[in-house]
Write a protein that binds this ligand. Structure first.
Ligand code: FEO
Length: 385
């Protein structure tokens, strides 16, 4: 698919995998984006996931016919982009792999390739004829070896996972003619929260490093090619990586026999009555990435957990650990939940929230055995938000 005279999209849409990294649901699929820069020399930028070998090679051949790929640029070694390196090398034996020193042992470790690798350093350029490619290191966005590739003549940034989203792109690869950012924003947020959210500092460093480029096109490894909504997308990424959130509540809970759930739903109703934006997540029924997305979206976290094994109910603990792993900052926090004989979950959640530096809205609300409105003052708790 043509993005410009020199740049072609040769990625694939994955609508069959149910869990990305075998842990993150893909209700709308995902794309593995790869690009050709076609000049006097031809460069392929990253590959795709292993299952898409035939489609990927067909996409390439549809663009270049009998020409050869001269360079395979390796921006990132996670196998959703690197799994077909050996296939490319087999198809184009003279193709030189171009990457940085940190990726070289990973290429051998994952794909057994050691020959014909050109190691480049920060800021170095590769001449393709009339255009060149320049390389900038962006470690930990998303792995230590990650780099981005800049084509100044095309004002195009091949950004790796940065600015990526879940959700397949279908046949509409670019954001032209659609409210694409709106269409993809939720899945961009969930992708960021799940995959990149731990690396906010490196994302901020990358944004600063790349801030001087006059970018006219962002070609990420997942989701649309950004051409028209670059400012919105870059500003949103900046906001996410500064943990900036809008006023509202991410209310997530787990419940064994429905008592903590009744409290959560009463609290949701009270929050709604006050006109405060909110989202409710039942962690026993959905993957925690959806709640994590809303933790990045809203400034207040409310977690409901029964006490289980004298601790936090496991699905809720998983979310709270996910929040802490990602070093989420500047949030307000409230915990609640039922217990049968000895309360522990609220105290333990508050300890984790304290360690994360969250503002604790109140000591929390615990009730014993069955839920009754008299045991849980939802209106008063909603008033804390
Ligand atoms: Fe899409 Fe970190 O790979």
């Amino acid at each position: 698919m043509k993005l410009s005279d020199k740049i072609r999209y040769v990625g694939v849409n994955d609508l069959t995998t149910t869990l990305f990294e075998h842990q993150w649901p893909l209700p709308y699929g995902v794309s593995y984006n790869s690009y050709l820069v076609m000049d006097e020399k031809i460069a392929l930028i990253d590959t795709a996931a292993a299952a898409f070998k035939e489609e990927f090679i067909t996409n390439i051949k549809n663009e270049i016919g009998d020409r050869k790929i001269d360079y395979l640029i390796v921006n990132h070694m996670e196998p959703d982009h690197s799994a077909l390196q050996a296939v490319i090398r087999a198809e184009y034996p003279d193709c030189t792999i171009v990457t940085n020193a940190k990726a070289v042992p990973m290429i051998e470790g994952f794909n057994g390739i050691t020959e014909n690798i050109l190691t480049i350093k920060e800021g170095e350029c590769l001449d393709l004829g009339t255009v060149k490619l320049q390389f900038f290191m962006v470690p930990m966005v998303h792995w230590p070896e990650t780099m981005v590739t800049w084509c100044p003549e095309e004002k195009t940034l091949f950004s790796g996972d940065a600015f990526g989203t879940f959700k397949a792109v279908g046949n509409c690869i670019t954001d032209s003619g659609l409210d694409t950012f709106g269409d993809f924003k939720d899945e961009m947020t969930r992708y960021y929260a799940s995959i990149v959210g731990k690396y906010a500092g490196p994302v901020q460093s990358a944004l600063k490093k790349l801030g001087g480029l006059e970018i006219g096109r962002i070609c990420s490894t997942h989701g649309p090619v950004w051409e028209n909504q670059i400012t919105q997308v870059v500003q949103y990424y900046d906001k996410l990586s500064r943990y900036e959130a809008s006023h509202g509540v991410c209310l997530a809970y787990g419940s064994m026999y429905g008592n903590t759930e009744k409290a959560a739903l009463a609290l949701a109703e009270a929050i709604k009555k006050r006109g405060i934006p909110y989202a409710v997540h039942n962690l026993t029924e959905e993957n925690y990435s959806f709640a994590l997305r809303d933790v990045f979206k809203f400034d207040t976290i409310m977690l409901g957990s029964p006490t289980y094994n004298n601790g936090i109910f496991p699905p809720v603990r998983q979310l709270m650990e996910g929040i802490c792993d990602r070093q989420v900052k500047d949030r307000r926090f409230f915990a609640f939940g039922s217990c049968t004989w000895a309360p522990a979950s609220v105290r333990l959640l508050n300890e984790m929230a304290n360690a994360a530096g969250f503002g604790i809205l109140a000591e929390g609300a615990t009730f014993k055995q069955g839920y009754e409105p008299a045991k849980f003052d939802a209106d008063a708790i909603a008033g804390l938000v």
